[in-house]
Design a protein around this ligand. Structure first.
Ligand SMILES: Nc1nc2c(ncn2[C@@H]2O[C@H](COP(=O)(O)OP(=O)(O)O)[C@@H](O)[C@H]2O)c(=O)[nH]1
Ligand SMILES: [Mg+2]
Ligand SMILES: [Zn+2]
Length: 352
């Protein structure tokens, strides 16, 4: 956590945030970026360095999305009291695991998501597609980072395959253990740019984080083997300034991202299928054998790539299940709210 003065732009401040401030706010408040967060305790960094503060009691009533998460920008007054949260350029959220389906914020104001995959058995187009959908939905630029290129001879095959997922998709190949990674990824890691990493276990995310940080900030598969006790503690969600000037948003939860609320991301990623689906007889067609399903017809005529179609169907089914759980949860919340009110009214009556 830096103690020295920072220019706001080094912390990721952009015109987009500046223009949300009123004249009065420009005079009476200062922006602070959330570097870490522990319940209602915020660890922020602003122009004058580190700023720690608690969220006001009244904020307990706020909905999940109105509360700050790592990467957010907040305005605080000169007494160090938080006034409000600024609108985000991007937001990763997920459904909390377990039966208690609840939206959980993972990271805000990330510019680039490094989708990490290794050039071996882990490489899987449908899995990449899933991460891509999430990046697009969050409003974040995706960059595919192929790791372990030092272990293979034909990196072009992997590169070409990854590029089939989306036109203009940036694909970089690296050896995560080599310092040259910093040069390869510099376009996304320089001053004021915020990056996050996602990808399945073992692909080299922690190794990348360590190389980019020029320090052993994270436990990797390699250190685990060497030191079973694990000297390195697993980091919780937090923001770090990299030697290259960029900000790394480290969020373990991003790895297990589910597809809640990724509808737009899925739609934009599977444009060719969505275009066909618009001709289905029913608006809510799930393309599971309904009459007049244009997608089924196109598939029969070999007009759609079977792998992409099957992944698309899987993702929208998953999406539908996530939505159902959310709706159910919101209904229960509402019922609970009604019951709470009833009980309170009852109490008041009994008192009065
Ligand atoms: N040869 C080689 N090994 C790598 C590379 N990236 C990661 N590894 C190794 O792969 C294993 C898993 O890496 P780790 O960073 O822990 O993966 P994570 O689970 O995604 O965080 C470790 O033993 C790393 O040393 C790479 O680019 N080349
Ligand atoms: Mg790791
Ligand atoms: Zn259909």
């Amino acid at each position: 956590m830096p103690q020295q003065k920072n220019a706001l732009s080094e912390l990721g401040w952009k015109h987009f945030f500046q223009q949300q401030m009123s004249l009065e706010e420009l005079e009476t408040t200062t922006p602070v970026r959330v570097f870490a967060l522990n319940r209602h305790l915020v660890d922020g960094v602003g122009e004058t360095g580190r700023q720690k503060f608690s969220l006001p009691h009244a904020w307990l009533r706020y909905s999940v999305e109105e509360l700050p998460t790592v990467g957010d920008w907040m305005l605080i007054d000169y007494d160090g009291q938080p006034l409000r949260l600024l609108e985000r350029v991007s937001l990763f959220k997920r459904m909390a695991s377990g039966r208690d389906a609840r939206v959980q914020l993972m990271a805000a104001n990330v510019d680039t998501l490094f989708i990490v995959t290794s050039c071996n058995a882990d490489f899987n187009l449908s899995r990449l597609e899933r991460y891509l959908a999430m990046a697009l939905d969050a409003g974040v630029e995706p960059v595919v980072v192929l790791t372990k290129v030092d272990l293979i001879t034909d990196v072009e095959t992997f590169r070409t395959k990854a590029r089939t997922l989306r036109h203009d998709l940036a694909v970089e190949a690296v050896n995560s253990r080599d310092a040259s990674v910093i040069e390869t990824l510099r376009p996304w890691c320089s001053k004021g740019q915020t990056v996050a990493l996602a990808g399945s276990s073992g692909v080299g995310k922690s190794t990348l984080v360590n190389t980019l940080s020029a320090a052993d900030v994270q436990e990797t598969g390699a250190t685990r083997e060497g030191d079973a006790k694990g000297r390195h503690t697993t980091t919780s969600r937090s923001l770090h300034i990299l030697p290259a000037g960029g900000l790394l948003l480290d969020s373990p939860g991003l790895r297990e991202l589910q597809l809640s609320d990724c509808e737009e991301g899925v739609a934009s990623l599977f444009e060719e299928i969505e275009a066909v689906a618009r001709n289905c007889r029913f608006n809510d067609c799930r393309h599971q054998g309904e009459t007049g399903c244009a997608v089924a017809e196109a598939a029969e005529n070999d007009e759609l790539d079977p792998r992409r179609l099957s992944n698309y169907l899987k993702l929208i089914a998953e999406q539908a299940r996530a939505d159902e759980t959310l709706v159910e949860k919101r209904r229960k919340d509402k019922d609970f709210g009604k019951m709470y009110k009833r009980v309170q009214n009852q109490k008041r009556k009994e008192k009065g």
